[in-house]
Design a protein. Structure first.
Length: 343
């Protein structure tokens, strides 16, 4: 399945059904009078976060969604049926923006959360509503009100507890594959990872979700390389694991490069808890390891953790450090509040 994290969609709620002009005509009943029923209300357009989805790929092939028109009213005071609703099913973590791609309409972060995007038009009144003492046979009825239409943007930000950041070939995908059941592509050339990946890690009988994004290079916030497009997928994380490869000539410089890109991107990434680790340490001897740890410590301002996803050295310690931050943050989570968007 291809990964798609942004899509533009046109939606339209259903028009209301028209009211009916009808008169009661029955044998042996002298004065029938109006009995036109009301039209049914048009269908609504909803967005719903569902389980089992992790991409917006469905909206590449269908971009128009229209709810059904309400059924027209009929005689004998019969009200028309409501038009069928349309529900846009999206992964948890999807944000919905207005046409300007800046005005946030809703943020669906919990499976089962629903949001009313466009309300169907009301049905028109039948002629029974227009009967008066001076007009006992009205021959008029209201048409149904039109539905709402708008263009919206769907933007997916994966929901994960921990996010992996670093330069290309820092060992992020190897780490994800080692600690989860995910099977990311792993190779020895830059930008092997082209799309974000998710995996569930388990440590001490507790689980948390890890997100891996393509590597950052200098100038990513200006669009260099793959750019910072996928940094949105670690905005929701509670902790960042910043991996610096032991293959780097100057680990301190590599660390500062990625930190500069995170700072330039903003959106709260600068303030997140960060765990710094020197990865791929299995390739170093004791002297080289000591020098590179010192370089990274000077740049980060604290001693880095050491790990090798290949040999397993230091992996459990890193997972426990991540789980400690995640567990503390989970205790502070509040339930989301849902409201309808007013255009």
């Amino acid at each position: 399945m291809k990964f798609l994290d942004q899509a533009k969609v046109y939606i339209r709620s259903g028009d209301g059904g028209a009211g009916s002009v009808s008169f009661r005509r029955e044998k042996f009943i002298e004065f029938g009078g109006p009995d036109g029923g009301d039209g049914g209300r048009g269908g609504d357009v909803w967005a719903e976060a569902v389980d089992g989805l992790n991409t917006l790929i469905d909206y590449r092939y269908q971009q128009h969604f229209k709810a059904k028109t309400g059924v027209h009213g009929m005689g004998r005071n019969m009200t028309g049926a409501k038009g069928a609703d349309v529900t846009l099913k999206v992964p948890a973590g999807t944000q919905i923006f207005a046409e300007d791609n800046e005005t946030l309409i809703c943020d669906l972060t919990v499976v089962g959360q629903r949001f009313l995007l466009a309300k169907g038009g009301n049905g028109g009144f039948g002629n029974q509503h227009f009967k008066t003492s001076t007009n006992q046979a009205p021959r008029r009825a209201n048409p149904g009100l039109p539905g709402e239409e708008l263009n919206i943007w769907l933007r997916l930000k994966l929901i994960a507890d921990a996010g992996l950041v670093g330069l290309p070939n820092a060992g992020k995908s190897t780490f994800l594959a080692a600690v989860t059941a995910a099977k990311p592509k792993i190779a020895d050339y830059p930008f092997t990872t082209l799309h974000p990946g998710l995996g569930v890690a388990r440590i001490d009988a507790r689980e948390f979700v890890i997100a891996d994004i393509p590597g950052l290079i200098e100038g990513a916030h200006e669009g260099v390389g793959i750019g910072d497009r996928f940094l949105g997928h670690v905005e929701r994380t509670r902790v960042l694991l910043h991996l610096v490869s032991a293959q780097e000539e100057n680990p301190g410089k590599a660390y500062k490069t990625v930190r500069a890109e995170l700072d330039a991107y903003g959106n709260g990434l600068t303030d997140k808890v960060e765990i710094v680790a020197l990865s791929q340490i299995d390739i170093l001897n004791a002297d080289a390891r000591k020098k590179k740890v010192a370089s990274l410590k000077r740049a980060a301002g604290r001693a880095p953790m050491l790990l090798s996803a290949v040999t397993g050295e230091g992996v459990e310690a890193v997972l426990r450090a991540l789980m400690a931050v995640v567990g503390e943050a989970r205790d502070k989570v509040a339930a989301p509040v849902e409201t309808r968007w007013n255009q």
